[in-house]
Design a protein around this ligand. Sequence first.
Ligand code: B12
Length: 173
Amino acid sequence: MEQVMVPVLEEIGLDWENGRVSLSQVYMAGKICESVVDKLLLTHGKLENGGPRLAIAVLSDHHALGKRMVKSALHSAGYKMLDYGHGCQSRDLCEHVLRDKVDVLLISCLMLASAFKVEELVTRLQDAGSNTAVVVGGAPFRLEPTLYKKLGAKAMGRNSAEAVGIVQSFEED
Ligand code: B12
């Protein structure tokens, strides 16, 4: 999936940007990939690992495939996590994180406008006295690898395997 599905969807996104495919074709490509992800990915791993308290969400936008892949990879590695869904707003996320005492919040963003909202989320968490580490991923962060730092996130991962490595590094801290 990392080697075929992700790059193909990226190419389809570029084709849409350049007017070569319609939004309905992007939508169908997304739907097909969703059913592949649902069939092939593990969503109920052996959740034995104590580790840091994790949560995952898509901030602001509704591109949810990346979140599913990251969640599945972490499940396979034995990590349990809360899933706050997609289209989440930073105010609600901040409340959930404080209520659930989350140590590491994994945020997926596919649109640049959503990525910029990470800064507001981090500020809200800091103002509330939270030590939660915000880890981000998604197209805007892959395209601009230093963006996460500018927005106050602790780390950025390019794919689901990197997400696992980052969570493991928090466990070692
Ligand atoms: C499929 C798709 C859709 C589908 C989404 C289906 C779904 N259920 O998710 C549909 C058709 C609904 C859609 C809608 C729109 N889309 Co769209 N879409 C895409 C497309 C082609 C692929 C995205 C995808 O699913 N990739 C596959 C997944 C698996 O990859 P991924 O999310 O990047 O995740 C991987 C890594 O990034 C990483 N990762 C992801 N999250 C995290 C989190 C952490 C913590 C870590 C460590 C790692 C990590 O691991 C994953 C596995 O490797 C992209 C193109 C692109 N370049 O990404 C455009 C794209 C994101 N869309 C775009 C746009 C503009 C839109 C619309 C506004 C179009 C419109 N006019 O309506 C709407 C907005 C909807 C909304 N409000 O959210 C733009 C955004 C441009 C921008 N500058 O912001 C893109 C980039 C296309 C483009 N080139 O212009 N879209």
